[in-house]
Design a protein around this ligand. Structure first.
Ligand code: MGD
Ligand code: MGD
Ligand code: MO
Length: 767
């Protein structure tokens, strides 16, 4: 398919008519011109929760509580297109491996359970009963050899009910090998925040946005990835709040917004300017930037002391609630401005202005995303942001707090109900008591470790509950080569993707219902539940007829696989659970009574119900019972020490036309890139320095410590406003460049936001 390519800066705001036009185009493309009924129910109490991002759902909702990208996600899921057994009869997997991510998923919804036939290199339709029996037998064989040789992956879309059943299945099987998409995402948060403030999740709720006077925005692209938050930001700005953004790219959603649902704003030239100050930090430079703000605060405080004025710090809060300030102060005072400016790429003067604003701000929220978590020192970076908030008591009061913006719609909730490779996070004794089996106590594999184990030949079975594992992980080429060495691969999915094109000896592709579809079981139509980014649980009820009669629900598939492989190993009434999901919710409540007591009753409250977040009440569930100031190990968070000027920091990015590996189209409107995703965004001075020209096609080679040669070709140079020494390319296209071992320390989140690379001219020599 040839597309018109175009690169020119986008002049419009986020939202606005561009958004309205894009929504209409995608609705027509997916053959669902009458999707208005679905959109009206999106993120509503009596409707379904959006399958796109996890942002909070306000109560009462806006009349239309969906955004451009949420609408695209809905159309893409309720599409009229179908990927049928006839389709698979026509195409070998070898052939399909030449298809793009977009073209694979654009074939539409999967309709039948399929088994791979290696002789014909094709998927062939199979009965559910046969598929389940065969997979069950394989799993029994592998379990007899060693139950630790199976991996149970989850992508963050599955409901709380499915996730609870799935983790129980894995544990009865005999391992904690429950890697999750959050291992590539906010696991950094889940390690950093407990050490600092004693909770694994953010402390901010929607009401805090109404009382915040200043909002820090670090490394999150709100206009593309959580656009509904623009409503809260616009309201905050309209009220006079200051938003200060740190991002290497000038992301349009953080600059200007026109509410596409506000007729007055749509018809008049009124845009809301979102960020008051916008600083283009170097990739991996946030520790330095925050250290600079803190340093300026200590200077301001010195001056206040000299003049006998009150401290700029919340000394009462620090005294009563925190530990480690003295060390932190000593560390900050030691850092030189020269180092801070070099590593962060933001000037002392600019950071002093930020510190001046912060010193006067009453209530401050710190928001962040993948720009902080996906670095070698991601944990240190998140903890630095917490340090900054703690200095002025900005955790545990109205209008303030830390706000990690989660990705998938239920990724946070899956962790809450037991999808975790870390056994200490799960009440295993409770599971033992409820289901009469001995849960495994040994730590399981996270995503990076699962990949390493597959490469080492230590995994026999991979079960994927949604997602596109092979496309989302680092070191794609290495992983695709090693994948077929497994005995059994099972993918439970709604749409065909590249992960389904690599098969173990025995391989199945099992199609399931999506969340927007009606889920009918013995006791009637079912609802499911999820947790949003702010720790609030919501119910979700499907409303559309299933894409095919042959689809089964995720709880059904999980229950059948469990029955066929470990049916006798514990006392779980899988059939009763599938017949009535309310019983699964009762089981969740019995397992996690602090969070889910009276689950079935409370889930009907308008707006759902929130889980307890002790740090919100200034109760610190840390080892020492305090909120802790933590010292970073270095001022830059990257693997690249930044000394060789020919090594660039590659940021892998999402466009405005994708949800992770699901590529809706090729237009990244906000960045002015149309018709292609194979681009590399470069600063003008780097283009000149390397003797390149705009539009030239180049390659990249990773600077790595091992012997694997990671290089990719075919990226078109686009002149872009990005700091010198930093370049951008799209995820997942560039993932073959990321080494598996380049992950955040301790959280194992792949360091996808500053991959050290060299530029290769088309001939191949490195520059
Ligand atoms: N429409 C849509 N919505 C989505 C998704 C999607 O793909 N499409 N994905 C979902 C998922 S799973 C997730 S996790 C979230 C992801 O949402 P985000 O957290 O927004 O993730 P990214 O788009 O990967 O990049 C975040 C931003 O970090 C900036 N950045 C890169 N490096 C640095 C750095 O070193 N410092 C700073 N300060 N900034 C940096 C980038 O320029 C970019 O603007 O969105 C979720 N929502
Ligand atoms: N370089 C780089 N790599 C990254 C990132 C990055 O920023 N840069 N981001 C990382 C992050 S934050 C994440 S979360 C991961 C994402 O990794 P994954 O969660 O594994 O990937 P997705 O692209 O979200 O998965 C899409 C597939 O999910 C299936 N699916 C969709 N809906 C359903 C459903 O309801 N049920 C089932 N069973 N299947 C469904 C469809 O088949 C679809 O093809 O990628 C990570 N990888
Ligand atoms: Mo994510």
């Amino acid at each position: 398919m040839s597309r018109k390519e175009n690169f020119k800066p986008y002049k419009g705001p986020a939202g606005g008519w561009g958004s309205a036009k894009s929504v209409t185009r995608h609705m027509i493309k997916q053959g669902v011109p009458s999707a208005a009924a679905e959109l009206a129910k999106q993120n509503k109490q009596d409707g379904f929760m959006c399958v796109s991002c996890a942002w909070a759902k306000p109560q009462p909702p806006h009349p239309a509580e969906f955004c451009e990208n949420g609408a695209k996600a809905t159309f893409f899921e309720i599409t009229h297109a179908r990927t049928t057994p006839e389709f698979f009869a026509q195409h070998t997997l070898t052939e399909l491996r030449n298809w793009s991510d977009h073209d694979l998923e654009n074939e539409g919804r999967l309709t039948h359970p399929m088994r791979y036939n290696r002789q014909t290199d094709r998927y062939e339709a199979v009965d559910w009963s046969e598929a389940i029996r065969d997979i069950g037998q394989e799993l029994i064989g592998i379990r007899a050899r060693d139950p630790k040789r199976a991996v149970f992956y989850t992508s963050g879309r599955a409901s709380l009910e499915t996730a609870y059943m799935y983790q129980l299945f894995a544990r009865i099987y005999g391992n904690n090998n429950l890697p999750d998409s959050s291992n590539m995402c906010h696991e950094t948060t889940s390690v950093a925040l407990p050490e600092s403030i004693g909770v694994p999740i953010g402390t901010v709720r929607l009401e805090d946005f109404e009382a915040a006077s200043t909002i820090f925005f670090f490394g999150q692209n709100v206009g593309s990835n959580s656009p509904r938050m623009l409503h809260q930001l616009k309201d905050a700005v309209d009220r006079g709040a200051t938003i200060i953004t740190f991002n290497p790219l000038r992301e349009r959603g953080l600059e200007r917004f026109v509410d596409p649902q506000n007729p007055v704003q749509m018809l008049t030239p009124n845009e809301t300017k979102i960020s008051t100050l916008y600083h283009q930090v170097r990739a991996g430079g946030d520790i330095a930037v925050i250290a600079g703000i803190c340093k300026a605060l200590f200077d301001l405080d010195d001056k206040a002391q000299e003049k006998g004025r009150p401290s700029v710090f919340d000394t009462a809060f620090i005294e009563e609630h925190t530990a480690g300030l003295a060390h932190f102060e000593a560390y900050i005072r030691q850092q030189s401005w020269a180092d801070i400016e070099r590593e962060g790429g933001v000037s002392r003067k600019d950071l002093e202005v930020v510190a001046g604003i912060y010193a006067k701000a009453e209530n401050v929220i710190g928001i962040y995303g993948m720009g902080l978590t996906q670095h070698k020192l991601g944990i240190d970076t998140v903890q630095m942001l917490v340090n900054l908030l703690l200095l002025r008591g900005n955790i545990g009061k109205l209008g303030a707090g830390i706000c990690p913006v989660r990705g998938h719609s239920n990724v946070q909730g899956q962790r809450t109900v037991g999808i975790a490779e870390k056994p200490e996070l799960v009440p295993l004794d409770k599971l033992a008591e409820l289901y009469h089996f001995e849960p495994p106590r040994e730590k399981g594999l996270n995503t990076v470790e699962a990949c390493e184990a597959i490469v080492d030949g230590d995994v026999d079975a991979f079960i994927g509950l949604g997602g596109n594992f092979l496309r989302a992980i680092p070191d794609r080429d290495v992983m695709e080569r090693n994948w077929p060495r497994m005995r059994l691969t099972v993918q439970i999915a709604t749409k065909l993707n590249r992960s389904h094109l690599f098969c173990g000896d025995v391989a199945y592709l099992l199609p399931c219902l999506g969340r927007i579809e009606i889920d009918r079981q013995a006791s009637g139509e079912q609802l499911v539940t999820m947790e949003d980014s702010t720790g609030v649980f919501h119910k979700s009820r499907g409303m559309r007829e299933p894409a095919s009669e042959t689809l089964r629900s995720e709880p059904w598939v999980v229950a059948e696989l469990a029955k066929a492989s470990v049916g006798e190993a514990a006392s779980v009434d899988w059939d009763a659970w599938v017949a009535d999901y309310a019983l699964v919710r009762d089981a969740i409540a019995a397992t996690f009574p602090d969070m889910f007591a009276r689950f079935n009753e409370r889930i009907n409250e308008p707006g759902g119900f929130g889980r307890p977040i002790p740090a919100r009440e200034r109760i610190w569930k840390t080892d020492n019972g305090k909120a802790n100031f933590k010292l970073p190990q270095a001022l830059h968070a990257s693997f690249d020490p930044g000394t060789d000027k020919n090594v660039l920091r590659l940021i892998t990015l999402r466009s405005n036309d994708q949800f992770n590996t699901t590529v809706y189209g090729y237009d990244d409107r906000f960045r002015g890139i149309e018709g292609t995703r194979m681009v590399v965004l470069m600063n003008e001075s780097d283009i000149d320095r390397f003797g390149l020209s705009e539009g030239e096609v180049i390659g990249m080679q990773t600077v790595a410590d091992d012997t694997v040669d990671r290089r990719m070709h075919g990226f078109k140079v686009v002149r872009y406003n990005i700091p010198e020494g930093c370049i951008g390319a799209y995820y997942p296209e560039a993932n073959a460049l990321i080494p598996l071992y380049q992950h955040a320390q301790r959280s194992f989140v792949p360091a996808a936001k500053s991959v050290p690379v060299r530029v290769l001219k088309s001939g191949g020599e490195a520059r």
